[in-house]
Design a binder for this molecule. Structure first.
Ligand code: CMC
Length: 485
């Protein structure tokens, strides 16, 4: 196929998708209902109610402060919508996850990661011809700049691959900043495709740097996932004979599909907030990677394996569960619970099935991690503590076990999450940046510090660390309690 057909390089081709991109800009529904807010002084205000295609209705509070002088208080955004989007829908009570309307179960069954990328970017699943053109466009961009490769040399062997990933993706902005016009749709398209296409090489190199291994370059005849595995594992001294295991590559591909997007989670919200100041998109994605790394978010897959290693064997599970329930040292059952899913995480079920398939394929009769995970799940699902709080296994509970069985080192689990989520982040960034009005992300706060104070001259101030009784007094004075309603 003629590589110049790629829609990045061929303006004619690009014009064809321009209309599609216009349709992908989310528009707000018109409010048909209103609710009434009564203030302590008895004044009443009407607030519009917005209804999306699916999901709970939302009270539109954009004019609240102007009309009433009040703000809303919602730390952790537990019930605050920050944008409208056409990309992903989750119903946490019913355990539903859909990309552009398509159920995750079906996408994971029949679609490749490349097809999923196309769907997230262009709103429809690709025809065979669309897919070919798209894959070629991605392959044109899969190499990274040679000077960026030198950047890796600054990291010491043993550095965590996620630390390397944050640094290198942030550094991409230095290679693609000058001349990047974010108002230009073609430029935005190029940015999206470049980021996702370069991610396998960037991620595999993070691993090879951490292991002190030489670089392997991608191959044009391999798929996205095969290329990642090839660049991670190929023996530099035996490149010709290295064969990617197609079954395991297919499993990893499904894992990527399952992680590709998840609407406004912590890392995606981070990318959107960073992007709302019209910052360099690669730098915004680096911010998203940093947010993903935490064990409460994407770092949970690594934390699950740490937890299983620490528990050690099935006999120690009851004691561990007791510690979790007693919140001893803040210990949590990692891979359990979710802000949105309060029934089950559909990705967790699919991941458990994948786990069994991989263990069967590898003829592993009894995987100690799998045995412990199944027992933990059995106990947790019948225990009042977990039932009352609606805590169910999430995607990360079994993903670490599958990745471990495939032979992926623990420190790479979250990198693989990032590899998959790169498409979600950039699709969400592009959706935000294509809106006609971009409002900078700027939450409010409830200030509970000192009221106005006089500034004393340096000679008349108290010693901060010596006068302990004063410190205690000061911290007592500052402590307000913000109770749950
Ligand atoms: N183990 C034990 N108790 C838990 C857990 C857990 N994994 N998760 C929540 N709780 C308890 C928590 O202590 C609290 O109890 P109480 O009402 O007595 O104070 C209650 O459940 C509500 O917890 P929360 O922290 O207010 O819930 P949240 O919606 O803010 O947090 C979460 C969601 C995912 C951060 C949390 O469930 C958690 O820390 N889970 C473990 C880490 C994990 O697996 N994260 C991966 C999430 S899925 C991948 C992704 O998309 O990021």
């Amino acid at each position: 196929m003629d590589r110049k057909e790629s829609f990045i390089e061929n303006p004619g081709q690009f014009e064809k998708i321009e209309q599609i991109l216009l349709d992908l800009i989310p528009s707000l529904p018109e409010a048909k209902e209103f609710c009434k807010l009564t203030l302590p002084n008895g004044e009443e205000f009407q607030l519009p109610i917005l209804k999306g295609t699916n999901g709970p209705p939302m009270i539109d509070i954009r004019s609240l402060h102007d009309k009433t002088g009040y703000f809303t208080f919602d730390p952790g955004y537990t019930c605050t919508g920050s944008c409208s989007s056409q990309i992903t829908f989750i119903d946490g009570d019913k355990g539903i996850l859909r990309y552009r309307g398509y159920p995750i179960e079906k996408l994971a069954e029949i679609c490749s990661f490349e097809e999923t990328c196309y769907l997230l970017l262009y709103g429809e699943l690709p025809s065979r011809k669309d897919l070919e053109i798209f894959c070629e466009a991605m392959k044109d961009e899969m190499l990274i700049h040679e000077q960026l490769i030198s950047f890796y040399k600054g990291f010491q062997k043993g550095a965590h691959p996620m630390a390397i990933l944050v640094g290198v993706v942030g550094a991409l902005s230095a290679f693609m900043h000058d001349g990047l016009d974010l108002k230009n749709k073609v430029e935005r398209e190029k940015t999206a495709i470049k980021l996702v296409s370069k991610f396998p090489m960037i991620s595999a190199l993070a691993y090879r740097t951490a292991m002190g291994l030489p670089i392997i370059y991608p191959k044009r005849n391999l798929t996205y996932t095969q290329n990642f595995l090839y660049m991670m594992y190929c023996d530099k001294t035996d490149i010709e004979n290295y064969k990617v295991d197609e079954f395991l590559a297919d499993v990893l591909d499904k894992i990527l599909v399952l992680h590709a997007d998840h609407e406004q989670n912590a890392s995606t919200a981070t990318v959107r907030i960073a992007g709302s100041s019209i910052a360099n998109p690669y730098a915004c994605i680096a911010a998203g990677i940093a947010s993903l790394w935490g064990p409460a978010h994407g770092g949970a897959n690594e934390a699950v394996l740490d937890m299983l290693e620490k528990i050690g064997s099935i006999e120690n599970i009851p004691k561990f569960i007791e510690d979790v329930k007693a919140k001893r040292d803040g210990v949590r059952l990692m891979g359990f619970g979710h802000r949105v899913y309060k029934n089950y995480d559909p990705r967790a079920n699919l991941m458990r099935d994948l786990c069994h398939k991989v263990l069967d394929y590898l003829e592993v009769k009894s995987d100690p991690f799998m045995k412990m995970a199944v027992e933990l799940e059995r106990i947790a699902l019948s225990d009042e503590y977990f039932i009352k709080r609606k805590l169910y296994p999430n995607v990360d509970f079994y993903s670490g076990i599958v990745l471990n069985a495939i032979g992926i080192p623990k420190s790479m689990f979250t990198v693989i999450f990032a590899l998959a989520r790169s498409i979600g982040w950039i699709a969400q960034w592009r959706e935000m940046i294509s809106e006609s009005v971009i409002r900078i992300g700027r939450p409010r706060q409830l200030y509970v510090g000192y009221d106005r104070r006089e500034v004393k001259s340096v000679g008349s101030r108290l010693d901060t660390f010596e006068n302990k009784s004063d410190i205690k007094q000061r911290s007592n004075r500052r402590r307000f309690s913000v109770t749950k309603p």
